[in-house]
Ligand binder design. Structure first.
Ligand code: NAD
Length: 293
């Protein structure tokens, strides 16, 4: 744990929020995981327990670690429970209006000394900071998915972020046994600036009939040595998140090369959001994922 920070709040108990709560609790922090409904919180705690149990089976942690970590996570559907936190990491849906609404509700009740961070994949840190009462104690702490597995965390300063805020965030991330890389506040930072156009191009390749889902993923796994095909990865990230990142790149960099593929738009409109929805480029409802095209 880092000196002076013991209580970590996480907003949004989705894929990323669960992962951030998981690794923070394992590192000994007291975590409050907030989402809109009790139902969502209960599902999240069950997911975290399942993921911890998998780490026990894999020999990465002990049964005692699992129990200790679970006991450190408190779920809450009441934002007031975040008031005494030292650091709050917002990992809600990738939508600026949603995030702004959360900050408007949170800032008046949050400990004035607390640091507020966002796990956004693409939105401007400076612009999000301006929607808070503490731009100097606001920054991007961008974890990768799945958080317990992925080593990297991108740290992103807004224009007003103070150096002590950055230093505290770096110390926190290092205490989780993660590796920090620093990105400037440009749309989608480093990893997604490079990764998402590749995924979008894979979706164009499918859209234009160059290959099937299986052909495209096999080609990139065996032909480019990627551990996972780009369409499988898109499903894993969430197609709504992928679309949102492409829109941020397109709007923010005003270059047509970032135009989201119409097929990606259509899948999101259909609610086929990938693994979390049971269907995306693969159908996850059976025993094994089946390509849909
Ligand atoms: N999926 C990825 O691979 C990935 C990787 C890095 C960063 N991110 C970023 O992390 C954030 C979350 O992504 P995710 O994949 O976990 O999404 P998700 O859809 O799995 O989860 C989002 C969660 O936010 C909750 N939420 C929505 N509005 C809320 C509100 N007003 N208050 C509290 N909770 C609210 C939803 O109920 C849901 O549980 C996004 O900003 C995304 O860009 C995602």
């Amino acid at each position: 744990m880092t000196i002076g920070m013991t209580k970590i709040g996480v907003i949004g108990a989705g894929q990323m929020g669960c992962g951030i709560a998981h690794v923070s609790a394992l590192a000994g922090y007291d975590v409050t995981l907030y989402d809109l409904s009790q139902e969502r919180i209960e599902a999240a705690l069950a997911t975290i327990n399942g993921n911890l149990a998998r780490q026990v089976v894999g020999g990465k942690i002990t049964e005692e670690d699992r129990k200790a970590a679970l006991s450190k996570i408190k779920g809450s559907a009441a934002m007031g429970d975040l008031a005494p936190m030292d650091l709050v990491i917002e990992a809600a849906t990738e939508n600026e209006a949603v995030k702004r609404k959360i900050y408007a509700e949170l800032c008046p009740i949050l400990n004035p000394a607390a640091i507020l961070a966002t796990n956004t994949s693409s939105l401007s840190i400076t612009r999000l900071a301006s929607a808070t009462d503490r731009p100097e104690r606001f920054m991007g702490i961008h974890f990768m998915n799945p958080v317990p597995v992925m080593k990297l965390v991108e740290l992103v300063r807004g224009i007003a972020t103070q150096e002590d805020t950055f230093a505290a965030a770096r110390a926190f991330v290092t205490s989780l046994d993660k590796v920090v890389t620093v990105a400037e506040d440009f749309p989608a930072f480093i990893v997604n600036r490079i990764l998402l156009p590749m995924i979008n191009e894979a979706i164009y390749t499918l859209y234009e009939g160059v290959g099937t889902v299986e052909a495209i993923d096999t080609a990139m796994k065996l032909g480019a040595n990627h551990p996972m095909g780009p369409l499988q990865l898109a499903d894993f990230i969430g197609l709504d998140t992928c679309l949102s990142i492409m829109q941020v790149l397109h709007d923010g960099l005003a270059d047509s090369k970032y135009r989201p593929c119409p097929l990606l738009v259509k899948y999101v409109e259909a609610g086929w959001l990938g693994r979390k929805a049971g269907r995306g480029f693969y159908d996850y409802r059976g025993e094994v994922p089946l390509p849909t095209r």
